[in-house]
Design a protein around this ligand. Structure first.
Ligand code: NAD
Length: 289
């Protein structure tokens, strides 16, 4: 059995990420007791039924009582309100982390509620699936995936290092980043691709000349692969775009410019432009395993 890193871990939110963390913590033996809370009664009932954590609590306050590590695993827009609810109950010496997909706005929302003697360090496991909810987690989710660690200025180095070793025990490789850079990187590699996948499904739905049946029947030709992530949770993604506005709009602007250039090349029959573009981008894509 590996060494226990935190005696008590509280998970707030019991969906894909928190569920996977609980299962990965048990696999690694790095937590003494794991408590959990989710806002919906149905989620708490399911978590109890499948024994997702050691103790499911009916309030966030009860879950964080005596916790050494508190993990905020709720949609990004709920991080501030949750912190406000639990701040008075956090024990001195506790570490709070979040797993949100956006960092600058989470820091802004959370930091005013971090009491003296409690540390906050943001993290973002770059791992996920299009599934959500308490039944969607699995212990291997973080294996060999990146977990970006985003400490606020002046964070306690020992607390940051301990959290890094915790994520390493869950299977992830860690790298530190500042919040603004994190948000730009994630807009490119995750946020805007999700937006485009959602859009592609919307376009298919709008086309009256292509029936729903045809989309389902013939979707092997690109559509299915390309739009898998459009089955992701709408609340999570609404919050990502509302809280990572600047980086998302910047990347979306660049994407639109490229798309217009390709549109012009198609209209004018500029095969060289299309061929050069596809050759360059294929080489980049082939470099990504
Ligand atoms: P999920 O929908 O599977 O789970 C979210 C959980 O939060 C649910 O249990 C829900 O009941 C609970 N919840 C929602 N609002 C709440 C509130 N106000 N108080 C208490 N509980 C509340 O979502 P997930 O995929 O586990 O995402 C959780 C966080 O992780 C999000 O911030 C998301 O941005 C981030 N994240 C997601 C992925 C991914 O691919 N899904 C990857 C990395 C990070």
């Amino acid at each position: 059995m590996a060494e226990v890193i935190y005696n008590r871990v509280a998970l707030i939110g019991l969906g894909l990420i928190a569920g996977s963390m609980s299962l990965a913590m048990r696999r690694a033996g790095v937590a003494g007791e794991i408590t959990g809370y989710a806002r919906s009664q149905a989620t708490r009932d399911t978590a109890r039924e499948i024994n997702l954590v050691d103790r499911v609590c009916d309030t966030a306050v009860e879950a964080v009582e005596g916790a050494d590590l508190v993990v905020l695993a709720v949609p990004v827009g709920a991080m501030g309100p949750v912190m406000q609810e639990i701040e008075a109950t956090l024990k001195p010496g506790a570490v709070v982390t979040d797993v949100g997909s956006v960092k600058a706005s989470v820091l802004e929302a959370v930091m005013p509620h971090i009491p003296e003697g409690v540390e906050f360090v943001g993290t973002h496991p770059m791992a996920g699936t299009e599934h959500s909810g308490p039944r969607s987690g699995f212990a291997e989710l973080f294996d060999n995936r990146w977990c970006l660690v985003v400490p606020p200025e002046g964070a306690d180095e020992r607390a940051v290092k301990r959290l890094e070793s915790f994520w390493a025990a869950l299977g992830a490789n860690t790298e530190r980043m500042d919040p603004e850079h994190h948000d730009t990187v994630c807009a490119v590699v995750s946020h805007v691709p999700h937006l485009i996948a959602y859009t592609m499904v919307g376009v298919a739905d709008d086309l009256r000349r292509v029936t729903d049946q045809e989309v389902i029947k013939f979707s092997a030709a690109g559509f299915r692969d390309f739009t898998r992530i459009a089955a992701s949770d709408p609340t999570m993604w609404r919050d990502v775009f509302l809280t990572n506005k600047d980086a998302a709009l910047e990347i979306l602007g660049r994407f639109t410019e490229e798309l217009f250039a390709l549109q012009r090349a198609i209209r004018t029959g500029d095969g060289d432009h299309l061929h050069d573009y596809f050759t360059r981008t294929r080489a980049i894509r082939r470099g990504i395993i």
